[in-house]
Design a protein around this ligand. Structure first.
Ligand code: NDP
Ligand code: MG
Ligand code: MG
Length: 341
């Protein structure tokens, strides 16, 4: 069983008299900074000159300074800039300003797990990773509840890295909901696997494969869209609330029998072997190496694949249908230009 910490297991007083720097003011950064401030913590935000987030943070009443200055001022540094930019900013602005006894914190373990950031001895390294987008982390805090989070210690130089991480988790509201103890490796590897095999890669291909099968067989794309994409949300809501059993309880017996009849033919031994291979590449570092190289090359494959996916027929029919469904509060993502090769 996982170890889970709640409010009574964390002491926010540990943060008294200590200065916290939140680097970045995006999805996570704004939520951490505002929640810390409202919990009475001395917080400053670190950004770069010309950042679009700078004015937003100041408008929210938060003090903003350049990253290097924020780190130099702070005892605790939470790194909430994009994962692909962290290593460079670490070398230039963070590392030269870290002091022994400081705490370096993350909300995702990628750069530590894959050695892109190698912190000095003498510094605590920990993680508090809320399991929700930043706007929810802020909204739930304001409502007096909280977001569940993962917590991990990578390096314990002071002997109280864990208590400090829990105090931080409490200050942003996470111990109200429960903070699960993990490691940087477990958080990073399961996060990458989940988004690749299930949440993003797996689900998107499943939707498109179902849609294409129907459309190629001559069925109307609009009908295929509703069956394979729109209705997915209704199904997900059921198992989010009551597990797969509640989904099966709620659908018809024909749908439930269809589930048992078809599921293992679609996600079969070959799909499971592919999942195992994805996991092996995550564990060996092969995937990380590929993604780091893709970034170093200016992301040619990433931008090409994004442009292709944005032009998939399901995106065109979906955009049209959602315009007629104001209740879904449609959001339109403009397709980006196809990169020249
Ligand atoms: P965002 O892209 O939403 O925000 C990044 C922020 O960093 C922006 O304010 C951006 O400013 C700023 N920034 C960009 N480059 C620099 C730089 N060189 N120096 C200083 N600031 C910079 O990031 P997220 O909040 O999504 O992600 C932050 C971390 O949180 C990541 O490690 C991510 O894995 C993790 N995480 C994210 C979750 C999420 O729901 N989004 C959930 C859990 C963890 P500007 O926009 O002005 O360029
Ligand atoms: Mg993820
Ligand atoms: Mg049906």
């Amino acid at each position: 069983m996982a170890t889970i910490y709640y409010d009574q297991d964390a002491d926010i007083k540990r943060l008294e008299g200590r200065k916290v720097a939140v680097l970045g003011y995006g999805s996570q950064g704004h939520a951490h900074a505002l929640n810390l401030r409202d919990s009475g913590v001395d917080v400053r935000v670190g950004l770069y000159e010309g950042s679009r987030s700078w004015q937003k943070a100041e408008a929210d009443g938060v003090r903003v300074v350049p990253v290097a200055q924020a780190v130099a001022e702070a005892d605790i540094v939470m790194v909430l800039i994009p994962d692909t930019k962290q290593a460079e900013v670490y070398q230039r602005d963070i590392k030269p300003n870290l002091q022994p006894g400081n705490t370096l914190m993350f909300a995702h373990g990628f750069n530590i797990r894959y050695g892109q950031i190698v912190p000095p001895e003498g510094v605590d390294v920990s993680m508090v990773a809320p399991k929700a987008p930043g706007h929810r982390v802020r909204e739930l805090y304001v409502e007096g509840v909280g977001t569940p989070a993962l917590m991990a210690v990578y390096q314990d130089a002071t002997g109280h890295a864990k208590e400090d991480a829990l105090a931080y988790a409490k200050a942003i509201g996470c111990t109200r909901a429960g903070v699960i103890e993990t490691t940087f490796a477990e958080e990073t590897e399961t996060d990458l696997f989940g988004e690749q095999a299930v949440l993003c890669g797996g689900v998107a291909e499943l939707i498109k494969a179902g849609f294409e099968t129907l459309v190629e067989a001559g069925y109307q794309p609009e009908v295929a869209y509703f069956e394979c994409l729109h209705e997915l949300k209704l199904i997900v809501d059921l198992f989010y609330q009551g597990g797969l059993s509640y989904m099966r309880y709620s659908v018809s017996d024909t749908a439930e029998y269809g589930d048992y009849h078809a599921g293992k033919r679609v996600i079969n031994e070959q799909s499971r072997a592919a999942m195992k291979q994805l996991l092996a590449d995550i564990q060996s570092g092969a995937f990380a190496e590929q993604w780091i190289e893709e970034n170093a090359q200016g992301r040619p494959t990433f931008y090409k694949r994004r442009a292709e996916e944005q032009r998939h027929p399901i995106e065109e029919v979906g955009r049209r249908l959602r315009r007629m469904m104001p209740f879904v509060k449609p959001v339109e993502i403009e397709p980006e230009p196809v990169p020249e090769t």
